[in-house]
Write a protein that binds this ligand. Structure first.
Ligand SMILES: NC(=O)c1ccc[n+]([C@@H]2O[C@H](COP(=O)([O-])OP(=O)(O)OC[C@H]3O[C@@H](n4cnc5c(N)ncnc54)[C@H](OP(=O)(O)O)[C@@H]3O)[C@@H](O)[C@H]2O)c1
Length: 239
């Protein structure tokens, strides 16, 4: 049995990943506040990941596994706007969801599955915004940069321990046609200056579908040992 734990499973990229893996006979535990998938091998875990106290509810129980996978996909832009104009609470919640939850779940995943002898993979869903600054998105950009550095540091630890069966990656998925992009396009140029670029990309049909990016990520998983780099971008994957 192959078992995947996927955060942000109710819509967008996370839902497409769950559906594809279920189709490929994985068992999937989806972790989000809502659930929209009904399948005999789908286990819904209701959790608001922006509240660190809730993370205790997430347990990585599995046995007889051929592959264990954690995809930290849940994410939010938080409040868009220049620092100095946004609320403290939004900053705290966005960091908790995008970075704290991914780090804590990675820690629990490695701890709770350490006696299971099978390949294990953690994929953190990063963003180009973690590698290039955007005005109006300071919190979001910082959390995604944090995911990249967290992943590179954990990869170093795994290497030092000679643990080649366990891999961690931080992957930017490109621009995907999801609710997050709708939210971006609804903003004004005063909230962030690049909004017109995102509107134009949408008008020119330059957004990927969640299903096509899920397919790329699942193909990547099958070939993960070809890749020595931790931080990747789906737009540079040659399949
Ligand atoms: N779309 C893009 O163009 C793009 C580009 C670069 C990177 N990304 C990254 O890709 C990932 C997926 O984005 P998406 O576009 O698919 O987003 P989306 O359509 O907005 O979906 C976000 C998912 O995260 C979950 N989520 C949000 N807040 C949560 C919370 N407090 N607790 C638990 N789950 C929560 C949502 O589930 P519930 O509401 O049910 O909880 C939902 O399933 C994110 O990490 C995003 O940063 C997206």
């Amino acid at each position: 049995m192959k078992h995947a734990f996927i955060t942000g499973a109710s819509k967008g990229l996370g839902k497409a990943l769950c559906e594809l893996l279920l189709h490929e006979n994985w068992h999937v535990s989806g972790i989000s506040r809502h659930h929209t998938i009904a399948h005999k091998n789908y286990i819904p875990v209701v959790c608001d990941l922006s509240l660190p106290g809730n993370l205790e509810a997430v347990q990585f129980e599995a046995s007889n596994c051929k592959h264990l996978l954690l995809i930290n996909n849940a994410g939010s832009l938080g409040e868009i706007g220049p620092v100095g104009s946004i609320t403290d609470e939004e900053i705290i919640q966005t960091i908790s969801l995008n970075l704290t939850a991914a780090a804590v779940l990675s820690n629990k995943f490695l701890k709770q599955t350490q006696t299971l002898d099978c390949p294990k993979t953690i994929v953190n869903i990063s963003s180009g915004a973690g590698r290039n600054p955007y005005d109006g998105w300071a919190t979001y950009c910082s959390t995604k940069a944090g995911l990249d550095m967290f992943s590179m540091s954990v990869a170093k630890e795994l290497n030092l321990n000679g643990n080649s069966a366990t891999r961690i990656f931080s992957i930017a998925p490109g621009v995907i046609d999801t609710q997050m992009q709708e939210e971006i396009r609804s903003k004004s140029v005063n909230e962030f200056s690049s909004v017109e670029r995102f509107k134009l990309m949408h008008q020119n049909n330059q957004l990927s579908t969640p299903e096509s990016i899920a397919q790329k990520l699942v193909s990547f998983l099958a070939q993960r040992d070809r890749f020595s780099e931790v931080c990747l971008d789906v737009r540079n994957l040659d399949f």
